[in-house]
Structure formats: C-alpha cells, structure tokens
Design a protein around this ligand. Structure first.
Ligand code: PMT
Length: 220
C-alpha cells in the first residue's frame, strides 16, 4: 500500500520568536512510519517540528503550521491508498501574526485566535476508496468522543488514547489505545510500546485493504 502518515505537533506563529503548539513529540506517528516502511509499504511522512530522525526509506515532508500540513496532505493524498493522521494539529492559530517581536512592556495582551482547518474533515470529498484512520486524544469521555470523531470525520478507524494518563499519549514511549472501527467494533488494547501499537494499527489497515481488494475483485 501507499500510506500517508502525519506526525508531531503544528506550530502557529504569534510573532517571529513565539508560537502556540502542544506536547506531541512525534513518537506515535514516527513508529507508524517505521513499522509501515519495514513491512514494505510506500510511506510518505508529513511531520511537524520534532526532535526525531525520519525512519529509513520514507518520503519525508517537513511542515510547521496547520495550514502547511493541510497543503502537504492535499498534495500527497491523490497518490496514496490510506491516510493515518497521528499528528496533533493545533486547533487554533493567532488571527494576526506580528511581523516584529512583540514587546513585553505592554501590561497585558489578549491574543485573538481563529480555528485552523480540520484536515480530516476537509478531505471528506477526496476520500473515495481510500482508508482513513484518525486518532482521538481525550482526557474524558474517551469512547463517546471517539465515536463522535469517527462519524464526523468520516473515518474507517479511530485510535482513541487517554492523554491524561502518565504512560499513554503525549511524549512517552508507551500507549494504551482503543481501536473503534466504522462497523462499530471496539477493541481495547493493553498498555504496550508505541512500536507495538503501530504494528496493531498496521495489522488492521492491511486486513482492511485486503478485504477491500477481495470485494472489488468479486464485483468485477
Ligand atoms: O506525538 P506523541 O508524543 O507520540 O503523542 C501521540 C499523540 C497523543 C499525539 C497521538 O497518539 C494522538 O492522539 N494524535 C492525535 C492528536 C489529536 O489532535 O487528536 P484530536 O482528538 O484533537 O483530533 C482528532 C483527529 O483529527 C486526529 O487524527 C487529528 O490528527 C485530526 N485533526 C485534528 C485537528 C485538525 N485541525 N485537523 C485534523 O485533521
């Protein structure tokens, strides 16, 4: 398969030296890219700024902001069979970016924020037969939110992680996820390394890709 994977945070500039971002280290997305490439898939990795080296054998596309990530995903999607959005895209950006460094002399400052585009939701019309996998990073109502995002973003699978846990979600090498697919199947996985979580997600994707091909052949 040709798989497009996003990883890491986005940075939304406030001025030339400051930005809004989040705690994503890129580990989960890079593990997915590494496992997929080792299994022989063609991998394009669109990554926000992280301190990791891209895995061998992947096409690497570095980006900074949510708007840049959206443009990169739109550019590479037509050549891909599947999209896995492991990136933690910032949900807001400052409405105005100051061309000069803001002075701290101002007693207080109010930042006016506008929403960034929802990358997955905005690709709905371009999905076709592609398989879309998203993540849900939650601190409460994990499964309810995962089901809502699966539906709203028109996904085939959502990987729900409780990011309030110390051993899961952002920055750590382990994760505890629940896979929820579009047919309603819910599979809670135990705590495991992000490499093993990536392998389970790739197992699901490969099985899904295989059954799609079998269905296509029997319809021909
Ligand atoms: O990078 P690590 O430190 O290893 O941490 C891993 C992780 C916690 C970042 C990862 O496991 C994870 O949960 N990634 C998704 C984070 C996130 O943004 O979740 P969300 O519930 O806010 O978004 C739901 C889905 O929509 C995600 O697939 C996200 O990529 C996508 N999204 C979100 C916002 C946006 N503007 N556009 C999007 O496409």
């Amino acid at each position: 398969m040709r798989i497009l994977i996003t990883a890491g945070p986005t940075r939304e500039a406030i001025d030339p030296v400051r930005f809004l971002s989040n705690r994503s280290s890129g580990k989960m997305g890079y593990c997915l890219a590494r496992v997929a490439a080792r299994r022989g898939h063609g991998v394009t990795l669109v990554s926000g700024p992280v301190a990791l080296r891209p895995p061998e054998g992947v096409t690497f596309v570095p980006v900074t902001s949510a708007l840049e990530m959206l443009a990169a995903v739109k550019r590479h999607l037509p050549r891909c069979d599947a999209l896995i959005m492991a990136a933690a895209v910032a949900d807001w950006r400052p409405r105005n970016v100051s061309p000069q460094k803001l002075k701290k002399a101002t007693a207080s400052r109010v930042l006016c924020l506008v929403p960034t585009p929802d990358i997955l939701a905005s690709l709905r019309s371009k999905k076709g037969r592609r398989i879309f996998i998203g993540f849900a990073a939650e601190t409460e109502r994990l499964l309810a939110e995962a089901h809502r995002k699966l539906r709203d973003k028109n996904l085939d699978l959502i990987v729900a992680n409780d990011v309030s846990r110390r051993d899961a979600g952002f920055e750590v090498d382990t994760n505890r996820v629940t896979l929820v697919d579009a047919s309603g199947r819910v599979q809670a996985l135990p705590l495991m390394t992000k490499m093993k979580v990536a392998a389970r997600i790739l197992d699901w994707l490969e099985a899904c890709g295989l059954s799609a091909r079998v269905l296509q052949r029997s319809a021909e």
